[in-house]
Design a protein around this ligand. Structure first.
Ligand SMILES: Nc1ncnc2c1ncn2[C@@H]1O[C@H](COP(=O)(O)OP(=O)(O)O)[C@@H](O)[C@H]1O
Ligand SMILES: [Mg+2]
Length: 260
């Protein structure tokens, strides 16, 4: 049975699709059989990222690992639940299924959270993003869980009732600035406080780096840069690679020994 990784947050622009692409590709590069599902049916950034990769590999004649993009067949007879149908096809022949969610509350996204063995929630280092996880008092005290955390709580209860294992929930801080140390510290300590209360782990995260915005048209990730021509590995890319390595290590996925 495949291990299911869901990347979710009801906030758009927090780095879900970028994270999905990097985690899926990292696992594929390490030799695991990886399938991908994009539940953001309108934007399809993750799906398009993978399609760009397939196209680039083909036109450049490269041999780069390519996670398999699964399809949601809305026109199927079983159309009320295209997700279960897609999963039952992908599950027996993959080690990991990576599901990217839209930045809003949808029924499909909610169902996907119930399937998550691992849930990754990327968030910008901002109290506006934090507000989807928990309500804070002006003095920074956590008042209680907020909409997204409540949805995850529901998914956890649903899994428990169905006899499925717990969700390992990892919150990932994305686009961390090299400045604004004060804000970074404040968000960090609020997250630590909250993590114990609602049960997630905090991953070190990604700094704000231009390279993340440049890779999409070719469908590349940080890890592929050394395999394509004309790319220099600068300090920023090397540091970003290390951040990705730290993330995969923190995820602690079954059968994964980080070797990149
Ligand atoms: N660490 C980062 N540094 C710089 N830009 C980033 C980083 N992570 C994501 N981005 C950019 O932020 C935007 C939103 O990211 P995306 O992965 O599409 O988020 P989501 O899927 O949550 O909406 C994109 O333009 C992406 O290239
Ligand atoms: Mg997205």
């Amino acid at each position: 049975m495949a291990h299911i990784i869901v990347v979710g947050n009801e906030k758009g622009g927090s780095g879900k699709s970028t994270t999905s692409m990097h985690v899926a590709t990292a696992l594929a590069r390490m030799g695991h059989r990886v399938a991908a599902l994009d539940l953001d049916i309108r934007q399809r950034s993750f799906g398009r990222y993978l399609e760009n990769r397939a196209h680039f590999i083909e036109t450049e004649g490269l041999s780069l690992p390519l996670p398999m993009l699964g399809a949601l067949n809305a026109a199927s007879p079983n159309e009320t639940d295209p997700l279960s149908e897609a999963m039952s096809e992908l599950d027996p022949v993959h080690d990991f299924i990576l599901i990217d969610c839209p930045g809003s509350h949808t029924r499909l996204a909610q169902m996907a959270h119930m399937l998550a063995d691992t849930l990754i929630t990327p968030m910008n280092d901002s109290f506006i993003d934090f507000d989807l996880l928990a309500r804070l008092a002006p003095d920074g005290k956590v008042l209680g869980p907020s909409i997204y955390s409540e949805m995850v709580w529901g998914a956890r209860q649903g899994r428990q009732a169905a006899g499925a294992g717990p969700i390992d929930w990892v919150v990932l801080r994305n686009r961390l600035g090299t400045q604004a140390m004060h804000n970074k510290r404040k968000v960090g300590s609020a997250l630590t406080q909250l993590s114990k209360r609602i049960g997630f782990r905090v991953a070190p995260g990604f700094a704000e780096r231009v390279v993340f915005r440049e890779l999409f048209p070719r469908g590349l990730t940080l890890l592929d840069l050394k395999d394509v021509g004309g790319e220099t590995l600068n300090m920023s890319n090397i540091a970003a690679r290390q951040e990705l390595r730290d993330l995969i290590t923190t995820l602690n996925l079954p059968g994964v020994k980080v070797d990149f």
